[in-house]
Design a protein around this ligand. Sequence first.
Ligand SMILES: Nc1ncnc2c1ncn2[C@@H]1O[C@H](COP(=O)(O)OP(=O)(O)OP(=O)(O)O)[C@@H](O)[C@H]1O
Length: 281
Amino acid sequence: MGEPDERGGAARAPETPGGRPPLFELRDAQVRRTGKTILSVGSFSLAEGESVALLGPNGAGKSTFVQLLTREVLPLHRDEPPVRFRGQDRPALSDIRACLGVVSGTMHDQVRVHLPAADVVAGGLFGTLGLPLRREVTEGHRRLAADALERLGIADLADRDVMTLSTGQVRRVLVARELVRDPGVLVFDEPCTGLDPEGMYHVREAMATLAAEGRSVVLVTHYPEDIVPAIGRVLLIGSARVVADGPKDELLRDDAMTGLFGVPLAVEERDGWYSLRGVYG
Ligand SMILES: Nc1ncnc2c1ncn2[C@@H]1O[C@H](COP(=O)(O)OP(=O)(O)OP(=O)(O)O)[C@@H](O)[C@H]1O
């Protein structure tokens, strides 16, 4: 696990803290589609408990990067395996999925059934949207779901039909649905897309809490505003490659953001939170 730095962020951890291999490791990983390289990563390693944000413009390769880690996308073959999970080059997919929770806007689109929020959360224990028909749902399962809702500050929504909730509330229910399995790693893929300031506030608050607890949070975003204080490391992804990898106070700067997004931008920081604005005229 990464040692917290003085700002509360997770500093880049040594390669093998306590002799353990990194959680994820990429070496000379390339992904090609329709004859074109859509992502090329020279070297990347994420320690257990370390958090990172992948920041870059549309189409840069951020989701492809995450899908390499989760093995939804495979790199070009090399004699030396380009992707390792906890030191293994051929991990069982079930092992990766067991330690991983993913929250994305795409999942949000699947919430089209009338179910109580608590059932949606408990479904996370079984990999189903609601409670499974052929499995016994115990009091223990229900308690885990109630705890997850409580931790996200939405215990009062437990009995509400998810179809009647606001976008921001559903997003938090989906975070609870991943949290219910107590995964060591949480992937947030553009978690604030489509949310109003209240929804963003709560989703960012949830990310901040989870990262500060020592879980690995892997965040994919277009906006520095999403990079909560507990995420200390940033990868800038542009044009199918990692442009920079380092502490966020070194990378979230006017020149780096202007170069990454290709328009004049200025960064402001306050109490460990960052914001980006356009520079006009
Ligand atoms: N199956 C595919 N075939 C062809 N091109 C693809 C395929 N999948 C992804 N791409 C291209 O690869 C590039 C990287 O895609 P990716 O989704 O990783 O970008 P991203 O940084 O996550 O973008 P966004 O911020 O818009 O979600 C894009 O140009 C995309 O069009």
